[in-house]
Design a protein around this ligand. Sequence first.
Ligand code: MG
Length: 340
Amino acid sequence: MDLIIRDDSRCGTDTVGPLTLSWAANSDVGRVRESNEDAASARPGKYFVADGMGGHESGEVASETALRALDGVACGGDRTETQTALIDLLSTAQRRIDEIDPDARRRAGTTATGLILVTHEERPHWLVLNIGDSRTYRFADGVLEQVTVDHSQVQEFIDAGFITAEEARTDPRRNVITRALGAGMIEPEADFYSFPAVPGEVLLICTDGLTGELPDAEIEGILTDMPAPKDAVATLIAGAHAFGAHDNVTVVVVAVSDTEADELAEADDVTVDVTNDIAEADEVADDAGGGDDDAGGGADTDGDQTGTADSDSTESGGPEGNSAPSEPATEPAAAEDAPV
Ligand code: MG
C-alpha cells in the first residue's frame, strides 16, 4: 500500500519491540477547499502529517515529497543518530520541493510534524519533529499536552504577550507561518522533542485544519471519551466538519500499549519484531458536503517577501508549559518509566 494517505482513512496495528502501536489516520479535504494539499503517512513506529502550500497542484506535491523523504529513516535507532538523519532528510526534501515550480510567484512548500520511535538509554522514546504550524500532541492521564510549538506569526505575538492564544484563533494573521519546508525559505529548521514512549499514552498528530476548528479542550474531551484511534480520528474529523472544515483536515492518532500484555489478552498472536497490519478504516460518517464555495484563495496569494509563508492555516491555542522550541530533544512530557 502506498505510503501517502490523502482523501483516505486507514488504521492498523504495529508491533515495535516491547510496544504495540495501534493507529488510525484520515486526511480529509474538508468542506470548503477544492483539493486536499494535506497528507499523512504511517509506517511501523513512524507517523507524520504535512500541510502543503503553493499554486496549482504544487502544495499536494510538496506535502507528499516531505513525507516520502521522512520515510527514509528507520525506526528504533539511536536518538541522536536518528535526529541527524532526519535533519539530512529534511534538507533533501527541501531541495526536491524547491524544484517543483521554481518560477511560481507562490513557491511550493509544506509543514511537517510527527514522531518516530527511537532508542535512548536502552528504552523506547519518541522523537518528535516539527516545522511549521501542524502539531503533535500527547494525551495521557486524561490530559492533552501540545508538544510542538507553532512556527507562526501569531505564536510570536502570543510569546511576546501581545495577544492571547484564544485571540490568535481568530486573528487575521493566523495563516502566516515563519518556518516551512520550501516556500522560498533558505534552509529547513525543524524543532525536535523527545520523551519516553509508555503504554497508555495516545499521540495525536494533526494539521491546522483540525486545531483551527476545534479548541484543545474539545480535542481532549474526544480523546477522553474514545481513546481507540479509529473512533477518535472519525470523531475528530466529524468535529472539524461540524465547525465548517474550512481547511483540509488531517489527523493521525497512535495509542501505545504493552506488547506482552496484549499477547496475554489475545493469546493467539504471533510476535513479529516489526509488523504493520494496515486495514481500511471506516469512512467518517459525516459527509464532506461537496462545498465548492472556495474561500477565495486568500491564503494562496499572499506573496510574503519577508521570509514568512502563508500556510492556509487557522491557528489555535498556544503551548501550555511545554519546552523551549529551539532546544534539541527536550523532554516536554512527564517522564514515566517505560517497562524494559
Ligand atoms: Mg492547513
